[in-house]
Ligand binder design. Structure first.
Ligand code: SAM
Ligand code: SF4
Length: 323
């Protein structure tokens, strides 16, 4: 799959549900309305879609959400897709808030998942409760420990927010380094209606300069196929990544598309254009029409997003496409 700008599309993110057991302030409103369950694709349909993408050249696949681990039966789906590792698919990963990890870490590893991203914005219990509204820090830390014990490599995702957790970034870097985890800082993105996001937006180029005064950071050749730019941290032997959609576009080498739990394919995180794959999926048991619809969607992939923190780029929340 090659898009109009010559970029090879080899990375699919699949949001298996828009629901979540947290209500992070930058991601959702507290009284979010979720999709009616009847609109969701079944797990078998999601598997068929994943298989079609892998046939067409997807090498890396990430399950996300909402919170992927709240979807009933999701481990079965992950296992079926994991069975395609080594047959076109090279890597299977997951992004999670960690709350259900203690229960599922060993099964994830058994399904072929080797690396996961866990979102953790603070190590302060009170602040964690404020940011996630419904989350408990202790439960997430237990989940992270279970992941480590199961042999999963963990990367911590931290949304950096002015006046909220910016004073904790160095502490988080030390905490991650001590456990052999990479840390990835993310700028808030203007997706979906939530209050006060613009006030807390923190451009990460300044953060990186400040961290360089405390830590020995050297540009790393490390690349995960995602949008982060990495630096090696000499003191800990681990890495810090920066995802900077606003202060520094990451679109030129974009290799990704995003599938929602209703079978809608978004070709860009920050644009509204989307392709319906549910209709061709359900129209026939043969995948020819589905594959043609995927090719037609890739042929419309836009050059990039036009995020501006002072205005909402797209009405949908990050929880629909999974970031
Ligand atoms: N529930 C899982 C989690 O929190 O890891 C997976 C889905 S969540 C939407 C994926 C990532 O997007 C998380 O790291 C989260 O912090 C981030 N995120 C959510 N809304 C965001 C926003 N508006 N701007 C930047 N990152 C956001
Ligand atoms: Fe849920 Fe993840 Fe959004 Fe937080 S960031 S509300 S955990 S989907």
């Amino acid at each position: 799959m090659i898009d109009p700008f010559g970029r090879t599309i080899s990375y699919l993110r699949v949001s298996v549900t828009d629901r979540c057991d947290f209500r992070c302030v930058y991601c959702m409103a507290e009284d979010m309305t979720f999709l009616p369950k009847a609109e969701l694709l079944t797990l078998e349909e999601l598997e068929r879609l994943c298989a079609a993408f892998i046939r067409l050249g997807v090498k890396k696949l990430r399950f996300t959400g909402g919170e992927p681990l709240v979807r009933k039966g999701v481990l079965g789906l992950i296992g079926c897709v994991g069975a395609r590792l080594g047959q076109g698919l090279e890597e299977l990963t997951l992004t999670t808030n960690g709350a259900q990890l203690a229960r599922h870490a060993a099964a994830l590893r058994a399904a072929g998942v080797k690396r996961i991203n866990v979102s953790l914005d603070t190590l302060d219990e009170r602040k964690f409760a404020e940011i996630t509204r419904w989350g408990r820090l202790g439960q997430v830390l237990e989940g992270i420990e279970a992941a480590r014990a199961a042999g999963l490599a963990v990367k911590i995702n931290m949304v950096a927010m002015r006046g909220v957790n910016e004073d904790e970034i160095s502490l988080m870097l030390a905490w991650c380094g001590g456990r052999g985890f990479d840390l990835c800082l993310i700028e808030t993105m203007p997706m979906g209606e939530v209050a006060h996001r613009a006030e807390t937006h923190l451009p990460l180029d300044g953060v990186q300069r400040r961290l360089s005064r405390e830590w020995t950071l050297t540009r790393s050749g490390h690349a995960t196929g995602g949008p982060a730019r990495y630096w090696d941290v000499a003191e800990t032997g681990s890495r810090i990544g920066f995802i900077t959609p606003l202060s520094n576009h990451f679109c030129d080498d974009c290799n990704r598309v995003r599938l929602t739990c209703t079978g809608t394919l978004y070709m860009c995180l920050g644009q509204d254009d989307a392709a319906d794959l549910r209709a061709p999926l359900r129209a026939s048991a043969d995948d020819a029409g589905l594959e043609a619809a995927i090719h037609a969607a890739i042929a419309r992939k836009p050059k990039g997003h036009e995020f501006d923190i002072t205005r909402q780029a797209v009405a949908r929340h990050m929880s629909l496409t999974g970031g």
